[in-house]
Design a protein. Structure first.
Length: 58
């Protein structure tokens, strides 16, 4: 199974609580932090929810 790298590129300060919790569930705590997860529909859905705060690193 392939993996996906996710990097936080914008601050979560003015985001709604649900988006902050989504970033926390992804393991993102700081700007420019990169985490690696398995590429599955659950992770893709979480990334879609906060797509304006993160980017997928190739």
């Amino acid at each position: 199974m392939s993996t996906i790298k996710i990097q936080q590129v914008r601050s979560q300060i003015k985001s709604p609580k649900t988006q902050k919790l989504t970033l926390q569930a992804l393991g993102l705590k700081k700007l420019n932090q990169t985490v690696e997860h398995k590429d599955n529909p659950q992770i893709r859905g979480m990334v879609e929810k906060v797509k304006h705060l993160v980017r997928i690193v190739e």
